[in-house]
Design a protein around this ligand. Structure first.
Ligand SMILES: [Fe+2]
Length: 239
């Protein structure tokens, strides 16, 4: 949030984000890409995006970002003009790193908490996967799976069945990596794995009817993408 001391559910999100970022630098300073899957802001203010850019400045050449539900596409572009690839209104990315294709999707729906990719963006994804015969990872904010919490499963990805059908048609997709649910999940959706990641701020308790804060520390997910197409992934917490 624009106010650096602002709290969400009793947690100063800025302070925790800085702590998580410091741990990433200490533990994985040589990583190839840092991918932020949203929500990038809670208040959607330009000042918040500018502060985020300042915090991420050392990572900028290796940084990729996609929006979540609590985001503003135009302000995100204003703050990170050189890091965003526009696809119509949407903020996406595609990049090949070490033989792997990394694809970032934009599931943002203005004014809504749920997500949607839409026909055009799924057609674009289809083309990008067809054009690259090697292994690929797809990133998007809203997971295309249910997590068993009623309040979260009401604000999920609306065209999840279409995305999963597309992923099943492309055997080169090794993983789909998401945020949004503020909790760690690993679900096999052959041939891909679906991974969700913890938040850098407040964590949500699993399998609840309404929002409950989980006192577990914040964290991040690591992806090891091997040249032979193997993927190894785990979550690290930052006390
Ligand atoms: Fe979200």
């Amino acid at each position: 949030m624009a106010d650096p001391r602002a709290e969400l559910k009793g947690i100063c999100t800025r302070a925790l984000f800085e702590r998580v970022l410091a741990a990433v630098r200490t533990r994985h300073g040589a990583l190839d890409r840092l991918i932020v899957t949203g929500d990038l802001t809670h208040d959607e203010q330009l000042a918040t995006y500018e502060s985020l850019r300042e915090l991420l400045l050392p990572w900028l050449p290796r940084l990729r970002l996609i929006p979540g539900n609590h985001d503003h596409r135009e302000r995100m572009r204003q703050a990170f003009p050189e890091r965003i690839q526009p696809l119509g209104q949407r903020n996406v990315f595609v990049e090949d790193v070490g033989g792997w294709r990394l694809l970032g999707l934009d599931s943002h729906v203005p004014g809504e908490l749920h997500g949607r990719l839409g026909d055009e963006q799924r057609a674009w994804l289809d083309e990008q996967l067809t054009a690259h015969p090697g292994p690929a990872v797809v990133f998007l904010h809203h997971p295309p799976i249910l997590v068993g919490s009623q309040w979260l499963d009401r604000i999920t990805l609306q065209d999840a069945p279409e995305l999963l059908a597309l992923v099943r048609r492309h055997a080169n997709v090794r993983a789909v990596v998401c945020g949004h649910v503020h909790q760690e999940r690993t679900v096999a959706e052959p041939p891909a794995m679906i991974f969700t990641s913890p938040s850098t701020g407040v964590q949500f308790r699993t399998e609840t009817i309404s929002l409950e804060v989980d006192p577990v520390p914040p964290g991040f997910r690591v992806l090891e993408l091997h040249p032979d197409g193997r993927i190894v992934s785990w979550v690290e917490r930052v006390p």
